[in-house]
Ligand binder design. Structure first.
Ligand code: ATP
Length: 382
């Protein structure tokens, strides 16, 4: 329908960007971007009157997203009015004007991301005005012009993401331009940086990207920290047990390289959600227990010491500690934490004890005794 309608309206439409790149690399193609030389919103509206799919429009950018369910999965197509962008100052949002496909491709980040295919009835050649096909073959990431990273420093994080994901290298002059662009990261709003950083940390290649970010000086510039090689191994070992926690794991390990105050400041700066902010706070509080955990503790004492901490923080932190600490944390998480306390506040009330601050002490002491008894009865679990 789309092809027929576009031909009828004399609208030239092109599939562009990441989906062409991934199709040529024989990688799974994600969301599809369609550039329209004309009004993309009007085209999307015409589409959804015929096919009642979900429509979201973004008039200031002349873009629209149409989504539908395909075999239970939500698929979306972004329709973009071909546009030209100019940057009023470094790291600022661009000024947008409607234009032709060539202008739209020229505003993009890397040569491998500005390939296009015209939507047509017969097969057509790949449109490649910036020699992206050669770079795709050679495994190179190359910017289109010298000011690219200064205009939009988030492209530094995008370069990292593609380099790690596709196992590509920076073309040498792009590598130099990236170094020159690093100081401009400070001028970019944290929300825009996090938008890209969050994507990077959620990819399967996140830990590789962090190693590269360290090597390229991006981490130092972005949050004043490092990613030592040893953390790669630790992070990889943690993932099988915590498959949905990659972002939290990478952020915690990264923040563990900073002082408690600096780590909290970075976490707040990027506006990370409360559970991650709390996890960063707990990480540093846990560090103060390291000396105690390096001696063998009774089950009750271990439980009392570790119960204020989230299991995720305990697991990630343990991976950075001695075998004895790791053993004690594993014992706490697997054997002690799941045990429900036998004594409750209601029991104390039934015993005629008036509710008050001593409840906490009494309940904690009763739980400690209960767990010590459990450990004595189950020595094989220790
Ligand atoms: P992914 O496979 O992760 O979805 P993608 O290449 O499709 O990667 P998107 O972030 O979805 O990337 O962006 C779509 C396209 O828009 C890119 O291929 C690129 O051409 C362009 N683009 C996105 N962000 C920028 C940017 N900051 N500067 C220039 N072009 C960009």
């Amino acid at each position: 329908w789309l092809m027929h309608y576009a031909a009828e309206q004399r609208l030239a439409c092109y599939v562009v960007g990441g989906c062409v790149r991934d199709w040529l690399l024989a990688r799974p193609v994600g969301d599809i971007d369609l550039v329209v030389e004309g009004d993309a919103i009007a085209l999307a509206e015409a589409w959804t009157t015929v096919w009642p799919d979900q429509l979201h429009t973004h008039p200031p950018f002349g873009t629209a997203t149409v989504s539908w369910l395909d075999a239970g999965a939500l698929v979306s197509l972004d329709l973009i009015s071909a546009r030209r962008e100019s940057y009023p100052q470094p790291a600022a949002l661009p000024i947008v004007q409607f234009a032709r496909l060539a202008d739209d491709l020229a505003r993009r980040d890397f040569t491998i991301n500005c390939l296009a295919l015209q939507l047509a009835n017969q097969p057509t050649n790949v449109i490649d005005p910036h020699n992206g096909l050669v770079d795709l073959q050679r495994g190179l990431i190359r910017v289109l012009h010298k000011r690219s990273f200064i205009d939009d420093p988030t492209r530094i994080l995008r370069a990292l993401r593609f380099a790690a994901r596709l196992e590509f290298r920076l073309e040498p002059s792009t590598a130099e331009l990236l170094q020159q662009g690093l100081p401009w990261l400070d001028q970019t709003t944290p929300a825009r940086l996090w938008n890209e950083l969050g994507l990077l940390l959620s990819e399967p290649s996140a830990f590789k990207a962090l190693s590269l970010a360290d090597e390229w000086g991006v981490l130092q510039q972005l949050c004043g920290c490092a990613w030592p090689q040893a953390l790669n191994h630790q992070a990889q070992c943690l993932l099988p047990n915590l498959p949905n926690e990659q972002l939290a794991i990478s952020w915690l390990l990264l923040m563990s390289q900073l002082s408690p105050n600096a780590a909290q400041a970075q976490t707040k700066r990027f506006g990370l959600p409360k559970p991650i902010r709390q996890a960063v706070g707990q990480w540093h509080a846990l560090a103060t227990t390291a000396a105690m955990l390096n001696t063998t503790l009774s089950a009750g004492k271990l439980d009392r010491l570790l119960s204020p901490f989230e299991p995720l923080v305990l697991q990630v932190w343990a991976s950075t500690q001695t075998p004895l600490v790791q053993q004690q944390i594993a014992y706490y998480l697997q054997a002690l934490r799941p045990i429900a306390s036998q004594l409750s506040g209601r029991d104390l009330q039934a015993q005629g004890i008036k509710p008050g601050p001593e409840y906490k002490t009494l309940l904690a002491a009763a739980r400690e005794r209960q767990l010590d008894q459990f450990a004595a009865e189950n020595p094989n679990l220790c």
